[in-house]
Write a protein that binds this ligand. Sequence first.
Ligand code: FPP
Length: 176
Amino acid sequence: LQRVYLSKIRQAGCRLLFRDVGEMSFKEKINTERLPEHIAIIMDGNGRWAQKRGQLRVFGHEHGVNAVREASEGAAEIGISYLTLYAFSTENWNRPKQEVESLMHLLVETIDKETPTLMKNGIRLNTIGDIDSLGDDCRKQLFKAIETTKENKRMTLTLALSYSSRWEINRAAQNI
Ligand code: FPP
């Protein structure tokens, strides 16, 4: 289901999601009485998207950030309470060093740049996953944005970073 959601968002280029498309915009077609409280999206396909266009995978990740912004703003706008983005799995650490470094850099830069947008849209940032395995820069930026946005009430945006089913099971067991 999450993949279906993502692929719909991707097909729509996200931009179309809330734009007027002739008779009725996607937004108008949404029945706001029957919205889920929580939507989770697995970020996938950035690399293939870029390669199809003859570009490096990192180009796809950079464009993925635009999709993240539009999905987050759009979800907050229609009244979703929780949006979880599965952005970086533990397996992703096995990618070429340069790709991992670019992703971490992009993450730090995006969190920094987008904090004002989170504030403007009343979005609280949260994170799950093995955050201790992230670099110092990344953790610092993440905690700074979490602290800055902590009073926001409209929607909670959770970034799953260094996530794995093992981590989720461990956390669930600890909470029993
Ligand atoms: C999936 O595409 C995407 C990722 C593994 C990383 C996504 C992370 C970012 C764009 C960093 C910024 C993130 C946020 C949340 C601000 P893929 O490489 O698996 O593509 P493929 O399926 O075509 O190989």
